[in-house]
Design a protein around this ligand. Structure first.
Ligand SMILES: Nc1ncnc2c1ncn2[C@@H]1O[C@H](COP(=O)(O)OP(=O)(O)OP(=O)(O)O)[C@@H](O)[C@H]1O
Ligand SMILES: Cc1cn([C@H]2C[C@H](O)[C@@H](COP(=O)(O)O)O2)c(=O)[nH]c1=O
Length: 769
């Protein structure tokens, strides 16, 4: 994930709010949230007042009915809401939803009956279901990616920060009820009625504000015909004539499609290549149109299919899976707290005041977590922080349940709130960044639906569980311990939160590089970065697969790169083959310098830095763009070559080389490194013709290089495949295929035909399939 400056300083909040469209959305969200909380309090109070003469059971059901009817629609309608958010004009959806909700809330005091209160409350919640994913999915359309975290912090701050404001407002209205009753004699319950009118008004204002937002008419859909250009600003993809190319003209690695500035007077070969590329683009465009028509029938996509796709997506990437799991675990734990919280406080003999304190501590903690957490841990990996925050909340909750003491409970509840708030803001941010616009609405809708289901289940089951466990007093000699059923439920919820935190941490940390957690945490607390952008967030969630072939001279790397690329393209993948040094324009110049035998006396450090410099450009220009669009990148040499040649060969300290290269590459680590292992003598004897500056080094040097490579592979066997390069070429290829196959993504999705078709096949300079 990119390092966006978290909120916490006024300047940071201002920088997000300086964006006028987001500022307008935020104002409308603040108003709607304030209205929502106010209406909850007003409806519960109204339900109590309207059932004043009924039995306590009816009164209990009336009040809890308000809450249940707020939750139930989410279970029924959420999936459809996601489709609406992804298919329809999000601005219109939000405006219509705000107006409808405003009308419904205003109608409650006008009608003044319990049955209509419950129905209108239910209907308003049904409408809110369509509003929420439309809003969630719109935020990334209004703010730059790097500011998403701040934007989400602000919207969450509003969502929860307005709760105490609404409570204060309602309390004020309640304390003025006598005066209000005199001013508005027609109102039976002036504070609740006025709260509901205010609520209605906030929704009308919100609708007017949203109407002014510059949201796209319909959500952006991925353009299947031009995926390669989606991430960068290239204008034209032209297949290169690989080997004959003039190094000064080309910026691409071997056999790779690259961006070319078409020369004013193109050569015959370039003209043909451009014609072929144009013809291919036309074919791809036609195929994309056919696919789009097939997918949408008469322009209308099948909603069930779209829902299914959204559902499948939610579980298809470790990151989203980890996030979903973590957030749902948090809902379950939160539901248990809500379910037993009031009784728990009673058992501590703290009554309503105590409940108020815990309520306040939770919200204060959440605000602190959302605001200060990302700021304090600015340098910490967001993927790791999510699980860590959740785990911290779980541990605090465990001790809240274990130690039945009101003061301690208040402090620990604040910690629970801080952890939950931090996890929530990070979770939403990561989802906003990682989930494609096309399915973002559905993903958020599923999160809301599943979250409410889990919440409802936890709220309903936790009191039963507490009752089943019961309260016990344990005595050991003079010591007694009150073991509360409610406390036990909190501990169970805490264990669940910790387990979920660990699982989601592991899922999301899978690609996050190998910086030890404590090292990173301590560095982050000191404000020192130990990770770089590529090692975290965005770049580790890259859809592509990065594979490197390493080995000494003549080991067969280029041969295997070629074999693998042919195989993978046949399997339907987009493949980018590349090499070091010399994959970019700058790299070609560096290569010429580095391998020039005339270049005598180069210092080992300068040599290492030049290779690292070539690599930095390579990663930035070639590797990352390809990985971002989902390609399989196969590189002939990478960081290990510097560690082996300049580290072991030139005897430079390997930690220093690793550090420089970590910085140069942004921490990008290959998914698999294949080491073609061969005695130096055998490899050198395979090379015909003259030698370059490095090949010309002594046999001792090359033997040290070989040992260097082997030590690297031995140290991290899970990331390496070591192959005996004396075996036949075919055998070596088969061995690599066997190891690589399980690491490959699913076979190409139906609409990526255009992607694979676009890439030239190695050995086929035409670039045609
Ligand atoms: N498994 C093998 N057995 C025998 N010869 C091989 C094998 N693999 C490749 N060769 C031959 O060895 C020579 C060097 O192969 P290749 O260029 O693929 O090696 P390389 O590792 O890329 O070399 P360099 O160090 O120059 O980058 C070529 O002539 C190639 O045909
Ligand atoms: C990436 C890298 C390479 N080298 C050396 C190894 C080779 O002798 C040449 C590259 O040429 P080839 O095409 O792979 O034969 O450069 C190095 O010393 N350090 C590196 O980081």
């Amino acid at each position: 994930m990119s390092r966006s400056a978290p909120l916490g300083a006024p300047g940071e909040a201002r920088s997000v709010l300086a964006n006028p469209p987001f500022r307008r959305l935020w104002i409308s969200l603040s108003l709607s949230s304030l209205g929502d909380w106010l209406s909850l309090l007003a409806l519960m109070s109204l339900a109590t007042i309207l059932t004043m003469d009924a039995s306590p059971v009816v009164q209990y059901f009336a009040v809890s009915g308000v809450v249940l009817l707020k939750i139930a629609p989410w279970l029924l309608l959420s999936p459809f809401a996601g489709v609406v958010a992804d298919r329809f004009d999000r601005r219109l959806t939000m405006v219509a939803a705000d107006v409808l909700r405003g009308l419904l809330y205003v109608s409650i005091p006008v009608v003044g009956r319990l049955d209509w209160l419950l129905v209108a409350n239910f209907l308003a919640e049904c409408v809110a279901i369509f509003w929420t994913p439309a809003k969630d999915a719109s935020v990334p359309n209004l703010v730059p990616r790097k500011k998403l975290e701040q934007a989400n912090q602000l919207t969450l701050l509003t969502a929860y920060g307005t709760a105490p404001v609404a409570a204060g407002l309602f309390a004020l209205l309640a304390s003025l009820s006598t005066v209000l009753g005199m001013l508005f004699p027609a109102m039976a319950t002036p504070e609740a009625d006025i709260a509901l009118y205010i609520n209605g008004l906030t929704f009308f204002i919100a609708a007017a504000v949203v109407w002014t937002l510059p949201l796209p008419g319909r959500p952006e859909r991925a353009a299947p015909a031009a995926p390669a250009g989606a991430d960068d600003d290239r204008t034209e993809e032209v297949p290169l004539p690989p080997q004959e190319a003039d190094p000064n003209e080309l910026t691409a690695p071997i056999g790779q499609a690259a961006t070319l500035e078409v020369p004013a007077v193109p050569s015959e070969q370039e003209r043909k290549a451009a014609e072929r590329a144009e013809a291919k683009a036309r074919r791809q465009e036609a195929a994309a149109e056919r696919r789009a028509a097939r997918a949408s029938g008469d322009g209308q996509a099948n909603p069930l299919r779209t829902i299914w796709e959204g559902w499948r997506f939610a579980g298809s990437t470790p990151l989203v899976r980890g996030l979903m799991l973590g957030m749902l675990g948090a809902f379950a734990a939160g539901g248990a707290v809500v379910g037993v919280g009031r009784v728990f406080v009673d058992k501590l003999e703290a009554g309503n005041a105590g409940f108020g304190v815990l309520f306040g501590a939770l919200f204060a903690g959440m605000a602190l977590g959302m605001l200060a957490g990302p700021r304090t841990l600015r340098e910490f990996s967001r993927r790791r922080l999510f699980g860590l925050a959740l785990g911290t909340a779980g541990v605090a909750l465990f001790f809240t349940g274990l130690v039945p003491n009101m003061v301690l409970a208040a402090v620990l509840t604040a910690v629970v709130g801080a952890g939950a708030g931090l996890a929530w803001v990070i979770g939403l941010t990561l989802m906003g960044q990682e989930v494609q616009d096309e399915v973002r609405g559905r993903t958020f809708a599923f999160l809301h639906a599943a979250g409410r289901l889990v919440l409802l289940g936890a709220v309903a089951l936790s009191p039963l569980l507490a009752a089943a466990i019961g309260d016990h007093t344990l005595s050991v000699r003079d010591l007694t311990y009150d073991f509360l059923g409610t406390g036990a439920v909190l501990m169970v919820a805490a264990v669940l939160a910790v387990v979920v935190a660990v699982v989601s941490y592991r899922q999301m940390n899978a690609d996050a590089g190998d910086v030890p957690l404590m090292t990173e945490l301590l560095a982050a607390l000191r404000g020192v970065p130990v990770r770089t952008e590529a090692a975290d967030g965005e770049d580790t969630a890259l859809p592509g697969t990065f594979v490197v072939l390493e080995g000494g001279e003549g080991a067969g790397k280029s041969t295997q790169v070629q074999q693998l690329s042919v195989w993978l393209r046949e399997e339907g993948f987009e493949v980018v083959t590349t090499r070091e040094p010399g994959a970019t324009k700058l790299g070609m110049r560096l290569r010429a310098l580095l391998l020039d035998k005339e270049q005598t006396g180069m210092s080992p450090r300068a040599e290492a830095l030049l290779y690292a410099s070539d690599r930095a450009d390579h990663v930035h220009q070639v590797i990352l763009p390809a990985l971002r669009r989902g390609a399989i990148v196969i590189s002939d040499r990478y960081v290990d070559s510097t560690l082996a040649y300049q580290g072991a060969g030139r005897e430079l300290p390997s930690e220093e080389i690793a550090r420089v290269n970590d910085w140069a590459t942004g921490g990008l680590v290959p998914r698999l490194t294949v080491l073609l292992d061969l005695p130096a003598e055998d490899g050198l004897s395979r090379l015909g013709g003259g030698t370059d500056r490095i090949e010309a080094e002594s046999q001792d040097f090359h033997e040290r290089v070989r040992r260097g490579f082997r030590e690297l592979a031995d140290a991290a066997p899970e990331r390496y495949l070591v192959v005996d390069a004396r075996e036949s070429q075919e055998r070596v290829t088969r061995e690599i295929q066997r190891r690589l196959r399980p690491l490959l993504p699913d076979p190409v999705p139906s609409d990526s035909e255009a992607i694979t078709g676009m890439m030239p096949v190695v050995g086929d300079p035409d670039g045609d399939d």
